[in-house]
Design a protein around this ligand. Structure first.
Ligand code: AHG
Ligand code: MN
Ligand code: MN
Length: 333
């Protein structure tokens, strides 16, 4: 294959940043490394004792899988060991981590938020899972410990975001605000190659993805939108596809065109997905690929976060589909 490698691509694009010191490139490089390690573990999941529940719950009262914990450790340790970030927040940790680095200097400028293993309920059944990450510049002064406000920034401030999908092949997809590019891992040599340059959504897709089992608990607007998707009219009915891991559902929709929905419901008034390490990074990627991401009324990336593990309804995908969904939200408010 003559394609560019991810390593080459990162270096080439480093110059697109004003005042670049190479710090962001080093973060992307260590995420690339951690992704390869996690990929190696995920691939062996049925062979060694890493399937199943770890027997404890995370802060969000969700069952932690062994691979949730393992992936969390791998990403955090890789970022800490290389002394390239000043703070990390993860789905699996109640509080953010302050990374002091060499001589306790706190001299790095970036923080990372991460969902180390997304779709973990799919691990045990050999269905694709993923990793999601989001990178911000710190707001607190260099040389001081990070604080909660460094993490509670609006999504519009993201400097990079991406995901890894451990699927039939393993891919790393990311943006630094100059479009979206996808890289596929050649497992034989352990190198990611540029396989999906300049990823873009179709303006109108034909797939809708949501957990329809919750239908009865959905707001009127969503019930009506689902019926709209199923109606025989124009280019409808749409196809329904739901894997149950955001990364995989998102990845399919960005390639084929579609909308992903995780609405609020009577049981989950704020939906399920977390604003900071699931919705914001996916929203950044979606917009950079010409799509749209909304909470039904507002642009996801303009929402002001109040808490680290905050949840929010999430609608994302092909531009016109999300726009249509918003018109239903408005009409049946
Ligand atoms: P996680 O495994 O990181 O907790 O995320 C699971 C999320 C997301 O990946 C997926 O889209 C959604 O949960 C599925 O939820 P339902 O099972 O309620 O449909
Ligand atoms: Mn997740
Ligand atoms: Mn997770």
């Amino acid at each position: 294959m003559e394609n560019k490698t991810l390593g080459e691509f990162i270096i080439e694009n480093q110059n697109a940043f004003k005042y670049s010191s190479g710090e962001l490139s080093r973060i992307l490089n260590s995420i690339r490394l951690a992704a390869k390690v996690v990929n190696h573990k995920v691939n062996k999941a049925g062979l060694v004792d890493i399937l199943g529940s770890a027997g404890n719950k995370n802060v969000q009262d969700e069952d932690q899988k062994k691979l949730d914990i393992l992936a969390n450790e791998i990403f955090i340790q890789t970022l800490i060991n290389r002394e390239i970030v000043c703070g990390i927040a993860s789905e699996e940790n109640e509080n953010f981590i302050n990374v002091e680095g060499h001589n306790n200097e706190n001299k790095n400028k970036y923080i990372v938020l991460i969902d180390p293993l997304d779709g973990s309920s799919n691990i045990d059944v050999n269905v694709s899972v993923g990793t999601i990450f989001s990178v911000f510049r710190r707001t607190s002064p260099l040389g001081s410990p990070v604080n909660l406000n460094d993490f509670l920034q609006k999504g519009v401030n993201q400097v990079a975001a991406g995901y890894v999908i451990y699927g039939t092949s393993t891919m790393l997809v990311y943006t630094t605000g100059h479009g979206v590019n996808g890289f596929t891992l050649n497992p034989a040599i352990g190198t990611f190659y540029l396989s999906h340059p300049k990823m873009t959504y179709k303006k109108n897709g034909h797939i809708y993805s949501l957990n329809e089992g919750n239908y009865i608990h959905f707001p009127e607007a969503i019930k009506n939108y689902v019926k709209y998707c199923q109606l025989e009219e124009g280019d409808r009915p749409y196809t329904s596809r739901y894997i149950g891991s955001l990364v995989s559902d998102f990845h399919r929709n960005i390639i084929k065109g579609g909308i992903y929905l995780y609405p609020s419901s009577k049981k989950k008034p704020k939906g399920k997905l977390r604003l900071l390490y699931e919705c914001n990074p996916m929203a950044f990627i979606a917009e950079q690929a010409g799509g749209k991401a909304s909470d039904g009324f507002n642009r996801i990336m303009e929402v002001s976060p109040k808490e680290l593990h905050e949840r929010i309804p999430f609608y994302c995908g092909s531009y016109n589909m999300v726009k249509k969904l918003e018109s239903f939200m408005k009409k049946y408010q």
